[in-house]
Design a binder for this molecule. Structure first.
Ligand code: FAD
Ligand code: EPU
Length: 356
């Protein structure tokens, strides 16, 4: 790896950069160019550097939702900008304008420490604030999009700054306008609106029981945060211990009739009502029932703790992980006729390819 530009110019640039510590699946891929940008205002000039102007761009945060199936021959761009601006003058809500390079989990913990409630169910989700709108991160019955008022971005096609209202973000389950147009808008900051009127959100299966187990009868935001931390720690493998990207597949959304037919054959299959009259099925249950939980091929496998988590037991390549994911997808499709869609960004292979 060689390093070229300097921090004084608002960015650092490396050539033939290793990515193993830039993705939580710990895939040992390389990028032809890697730029860390420290000043969003400098983007128009920084992006004129020939390494960035003349190569295909891939936007990367902390790499907790990406699978590199091979080396990337273009320029990876990461925003390292930090800072939170608080607007506390509205009696109905507090607003936080957060730079893209902040860690999401730090933001959640900091906001709770300030007494700003709302994000507690979203504690312990890895990754950057800039990536949060991308797939509208969600957990324990809450989605980040519910709180996102505006998203500021740099449009890499038009070469200008742009701002998105909540409506323009088109948030849906693990989806947004940004996810449907990858690498078009580099998200620079996110403004969250946290209403002062607060209601606990504890309907998600297991959350109420965990609060009860903790001896908590009247849940305050920090109790809910503690309960979510307990559940997540029990259920999900830690990427610092074993490489993974959280859920590798989305929970499939199917027509109510298909869900009904599956439930008639498999009454234990967990289902939830979803938008547009669709039904959300548990991908974890489908994968476990297809016999894939805890299985592996070399160092690529499915976690024995959670069936939705693809894991790298050591030195699996991105191609091996992707091949194993396709094997799992084929198993679920053969058994249940349901095609699972990957949740992470698949770099270097078509994510929507049908299973072999
Ligand atoms: P990356 O992985 O770097 O990138 C993800 C996508 O966002 C890519 O398409 C990338 O191009 C794009 N992107 C990144 N930064 C920007 C930017 N500034 N502008 C534009 N595009 C950008 N997700 C959930 O929703 N809920 C969970 O409960 C959850 N649990 C997880 C648990 C574990 C253990 C792990 C490893 C992951 C989990 N995830 C979860 C997935 C992941 O945490 C989120 O998707 C997170 O938002 C990814 O952030 P990142 O900075 O790592 O993004
Ligand atoms: N289940 C199994 N086998 C398993 C694990 C789960 O059958 O090994 C079944 C159980 O019946 C369980 C159900 O699946 O009740 C749901 O499991 P869980 O509560 O763990 O949620 P999930 O649907 O598997 C989703 C998100 C997670 C998020 C949790 C909590 C998706 C794709 N995943 O998982 O998000 O943390 O809910 O809200 O929507 C991520 O996106 O990376 C992620 C981890």
């Amino acid at each position: 790896m060689t390093t070229e530009a300097t921090a004084a110019q608002g960015f650092t640039l490396a050539r033939n950069a290793p990515l193993r510590h830039r993705n939580t699946l710990r895939v040992d891929a390389h990028a032809a160019w890697l730029a860390d940008i420290n000043d969003a205002a400098a983007l128009p000039t920084v992006l004129e550097h020939p390494a960035l102007r003349d190569h295909r761009a891939l936007l990367l945060g902390e790499g907790s939702n990406v699978l590199f199936t091979r080396d990337f021959d273009g320029a990876i761009i990461t925003l390292k900008t930090r800072g939170v601006e608080v607007s506390d003058d509205d009696p109905a809500a507090v607003r936080l304008r957060v730079e893209a390079g902040e860690h999401w989990d730090d933001l959640v913990r900091w906001s709770l420490a300030q007494g700003y409630a709302g994000l507690e169910n979203l504690i312990m989700i890895p990754g950057s604030v800039g990536a949060a709108p991308m797939q509208n991160i969600g957990a324990y019955g809450v989605e980040a999009g519910e709180f996102i008022e505006t998203v500021d971005a740099f449009d890499l096609h038009e070469r200008r700054f742009a701002s998105f209202t909540h409506g323009a973000c088109e948030f849906a389950y693990r989806d947004s306008v940004f996810k449907r147009h990858p690498d078009r808008w580099l998200i620079t900051a996110v403004t969250l609106r946290l209403p002062r009127a607060w209601q606990p959100r504890i309907e998600y299966a297991g959350l109420r029981d965990e609060l009860r187990r903790m001896g908590c009868e009247h849940a305050a935001p920090f109790h809910i945060a503690d309960a979510v931390v307990n559940l997540r720690t029990r259920k999900l493998p830690d990427p610092d211990v074993i490489g993974n990207a959280g859920s590798f597949f989305k929970n499939p959304l199917v027509a109510a009739a298909q869900a009904g037919a599956l439930r008639a054959q498999h009454p234990q299959l967990p289902c939830w009502p979803a938008a547009h009259g669709l039904t959300k099925l548990s991908a974890a249950w489908l994968i476990e029932a297809a016999g894939c939980k805890g299985t592996r091929d070399g160092d690529a496998g499915i976690s024995n703790r959670h069936a939705l988590v693809l894991v790298n037991h050591g030195t699996a390549t991105g191609a091996q992980l992707w091949a194993f994911a396709q094997h799992v997808r084929a198993g679920v499709q053969a058994r249940f006729g349901v095609l699972l869609e990957p949740e992470p960004r698949i770099v270097g292979a078509p994510a929507a390819a049908p299973p072999p």
